[in-house]
Design a protein around this ligand. Structure first.
Ligand code: GLC
Length: 429
């Protein structure tokens, strides 16, 4: 009885997946593809992840390993660049290799990995999903089934040099024009400091920053119906902010090569007045061991926008179980351990990364230590999702090309958005 019910469920899901996997050629009447094995198998596994810029992952894994000597987890670190991480995970999955056990997936990769059946559906009841921020749980689902469990979330914040703004009698800007005014006032007497940077290298970070600029001007990349909405005034104003920033020197040329870490190093060296960055920078820039020139001198605020506070893109990472790993039970247990309140608290305390465990955002002692938590929770709850499509990588690449070309001065804003609209229409129809 139980077996046959499960079979029906699994078959129905496989049909739904086939439909979602490609716009043409899918045939829900064809035999269901082989189903992932049951979540069994206990023994060593690997955890494959982007470069651990937080520096705490190995501690978490060591703690697990000492309690589970027969189920050791080995960390495999991939590059820092999100696109390069995805490429290696995809290549590995395409060869059906069992080298990767638990996959640390960016929130934007769930659809692609689930539709291709590179990761297995997970039993919701095994995880404390009702304790996690709902927006983060949604990112781990595809066709309403759970494929990945939120481990860290991410929301964009405006880091700013509070010492320099205070000295000039200024508050954190809530609009782009206030940001420019603050730079005009502060920079002439602040040698070696540039105005503003974000993640402007041509990779996923630029997709995030472009989307935030569009959202913060009142626009959107895709509408509620999933259709692109980039041939609009609001989108033009958003991209124009970035283009004008480069042209006027508000955004230094160097920032066009920044991913997260290059920007963080510049902010920590005291070279930026404003920096759009994820929460992990808070702990690093606060270090008092001499590695940060701005410890105690900065604060964070919501991202600014065209007419008032802007809107962040929803970032973050979820753990999924590779369809090709043998030790799936260990993989599930390790995910439970990583998602637990205890591990999320420790990780927040050590790294300032955004937890997915909702209650941690409201704990008085944590809010004292990380004053941005209250605002970060709101930012995550109100953040805009990047498109949840199987062909996400192609969508993102088209965005990166359009934004990079416009910011280089090669393509007028209007042309860049018109052509991007066309490309996204083709990719999302
Ligand atoms: C962060 C975010 C992730 C995003 C990436 C872009 O790692 O958590 O969602 O795609 O930055 O660089």
């Amino acid at each position: 009885m139980i077996l046959s019910r499960r079979f029906v469920l699994v078959t129905a899901t496989a049909a739904a997946l086939a439909l979602g996997a490609s716009a043409c050629g899918s045939d829900s009447g064809s035999p269901a593809p082989p189903q992932p094995a049951a979540l069994e198998g206990v023994g060593p596994i690997s955890l494959v992840t982007g470069k651990d810029t937080s520096g705490n992952l190995q501690n978490q894994v060591d703690e697990w390993n000492s309690a589970h000597p027969d189920q050791k987890v080995t960390v495999i670190e991939l590059p820092e660049d999100a696109d390069a991480q995805r490429q290696q995970m995809v290549q590995n999955a395409q060869t059906r290799s069992d080298a990767y056990g638990v996959l640390n997936l960016d929130v934007v990769w769930t659809a692609e990995f689930a539709a291709n059946q590179w990761v297995v559906p997970l039993p919701e009841a095994d995880f404390p999903l009702d304790k996690l921020l709902p927006a983060t749980v949604e990112t781990g689902k595809y066709f309403k089934r759970l494929y990945a469990v939120p481990i860290t979330s991410d929301g964009g914040l405006l880091y700013y040099r509070k010492d320099l703004l205070d000295a000039a009698g200024l508050k954190a800007p809530t609009t782009w024009s206030q940001l420019a005014e603050a730079c005009a006032k502060v920079l002439p007497t602040a040698a070696g400091v540039s105005c503003y940077a974000g993640q402007f290298e041509k990779y996923e970070g630029l997709t995030v920053n472009f989307s935030e600029a569009v959202n913060s001007a009142g626009g959107s990349v895709v509408g509620e119906d999933g259709k692109p909405t980039l041939d609009t005034d609001a989108a033009r104003k958003g991209l124009q902010f970035l283009v004008d920033g480069v042209k006027s020197g508000l955004i230094p040329q160097k920032a066009r090569t920044f991913k997260e870490e290059e920007g963080r190093r510049a902010f920590q060296a005291g070279e930026l007045l404003f920096h759009r960055q994820w929460p992990y920078q808070y702990a690093k820039a606060s270090a008092t061991d001499g590695s940060s020139a701005v410890a105690g001198k900065f604060a964070v605020a919501p991202l600014p926008g065209l007419d008032g506070p802007g809107a962040s893109s929803l970032g973050g990472h979820n753990y999924a179980v590779s369809a090709f790993t043998k030790n799936k039970k260990t993989a599930v247990d390790f995910i439970k351990y990583s998602a637990s309140e205890e591990q999320q608290r420790k990780n927040l305390e050590k790294t300032s990364q955004a937890p997915t465990w909702s209650a941690l955002y409201d704990e008085a002692d944590l809010v004292t230590k990380f004053p941005y938590l209250t605002q970060l929770k709101k930012s995550i709850e109100g953040a805009t999702k990047r498109p949840g499509v199987v062909k996400y990588q192609e969508v993102s690449r088209a965005i990166q090309e359009a934004a990079y070309g416009a910011m280089s001065g090669d393509t007028p804003v209007d042309d860049a958005l018109k052509s991007l609209q066309g490309k996204l229409e083709a990719l999302t129809k």
